[in-house]
Design a protein around this ligand. Structure first.
Ligand code: GLC
Length: 379
């Protein structure tokens, strides 16, 4: 890069624009050095090349071992994945962090984070420093407590073509996908030095996106993460809300440190009865689990196992659960059946979720919901 341009970039970076001019000055396909403020939108997705072409080699021994070490986990849901922390009535409390880890009921945490709503709306998607610090502190404390942590990106509504939540930041459609990559570039760099027990998950439940578009984005995202984290375990899942049935369309880049994920909420009319975020709302009073329901539950797990074997990577169930309005006894039957079926197939799992509408823990009473905890986490 010519010296004058370097000088120009540094000068701009240290004055008005901070990180995102630097971003614009780096790497192949970067915007011109004189990109005016506000035109960062013009950074194309080609700024982030696809992974090398080639067959996915299957998982490395260390990633297989890591996946085997995972087990009965818990989602810290409705906290950092809300439009802002607390907007859905929950924050990551010290109390919650104290529940997990070596001394807790689970040593495996999945941490959903809505990065997109805490990043600049241009192509550079500069993540708010204060938000980054907040996530740092949660990740650090979870790791220090002995947990493995799956840190993901959750609810980037525009990537899914979904309507925004009321306080979500709206971005120009032309920068939606490049922002995804720009955010991963920053997240990956930020946490590059962390313990191997920190695992990245690229995106929660992609949907409303063509499989080919998702495969392309995945390939670029793996490459951008690998710049700073050559070997960290990276979780990837299929479209259709991470449905096992979409695994056959997933194309993996040639990377040995991937772990697959699926989500499993079938029978959906049972698990989501009364859930007000599902429209039209499913009627209450649905029971579980008769032979047809059980067959649906296990057949999806079988599909997941079969596809994972075909692809050569370990797989876990990143979310499953039944909402609190499902009949209590049926809910417990559902949980026991799922737990047993996943154990039979050697699949690690993460229950959705800790302390909100599916919660294993009652944050108002500061106590576990014993029946759920027993069904899932006790011998
Ligand atoms: C998905 C959504 C989450 C929702 C859960 C159960 O993970 O991201 O917000 O609560 O499924 O529907």
């Amino acid at each position: 890069m010519p010296k004058t341009i370097v000088m120009y970039c540094l000068m701009r970076a240290f004055t008005l624009l901070g990180v995102y001019v630097l971003f614009g000055c780096m790497g192949e396909g970067a915007v011109q050095a004189d990109t005016p403020v506000g035109k960062a939108n013009q950074v194309s997705i080609e700024h982030y090349p696809v992974s090398p072409i080639g067959n996915a080699p299957g998982a490395s021994p260390q990633t297989k071992a890591l996946a085997l070490s995972l087990g009965a986990g818990i989602n810290f849901g409705n906290m950092l994945d809300a439009p802002s922390e607390g907007a859905w009535g929950l924050k990551v409390e010290d109390e919650f962090i104290a529940l997990v880890g070596n001394k807790g009921f689970s040593r495996h945490v999945r941490l959903p984070v809505r990065w997109s709503n805490h990043a600049s709306t241009d192509a550079a998607a500069v993540i708010d420093p204060e938000f980054f610090k907040r996530v740092d502190s949660v990740v650090d404390r979870l790791l220090a407590g002995g947990s493995t942590v799956v840190l993901n990106m959750h609810h980037y509504r525009q990537l899914d073509g979904d309507p925004l939540d009321a306080t979500d930041r709206s971005v120009d459609p032309s920068v939606v996908r490049v922002r995804f990559l720009a955010m991963w570039d920053q997240i990956a760099q930020r946490y590059a030095g962390k313990d191997d027990r920190l695992i990245f998950e690229l995106y929660n439940e992609p949907h409303g996106i063509q499989e080919s578009t998702w495969n392309d984005l995945l390939s670029r995202a793996v490459r951008v993460v690998r710049k700073s984290n050559p070997q960290r375990a990276l979780v990837v899942g299929p479209t259709l809300w991470n449905s096992a049935s979409a695994l056959e369309k997933l194309v993996l880049p040639p990377d040995p440190n991937l772990i697959l994920t699926v989500h499993h909420y079938e029978p959906f009319n049972f698990t989501h009865q009364g859930a007000d975020w599902v429209q039209p709302t499913k009627p209450l009073g649905v029971d579980c689990c008769d032979a047809n329901q059980a067959a649906l539950m296990t057949s999806l797990l079988d599909t997941a196992v079969k596809q994972a074997a075909r692809l050569g990577y370990p797989i876990f169930v990143g979310e499953f659960g039944a909402y609190s309005l499902a009949p209590e006894a049926a809910r417990i039957r559902y949980l026991r059946l799922m737990r047993e079926a996943m154990a039979d197939r050697g699949m690690p799992w993460y229950y959705w979720e800790l302390a909100a509408g599916f919660g294993v823990y009652d944050p108002a009473k500061h106590e576990f919901r014993t029946n759920i905890k027993q069904a899932l986490f006790q011998p």
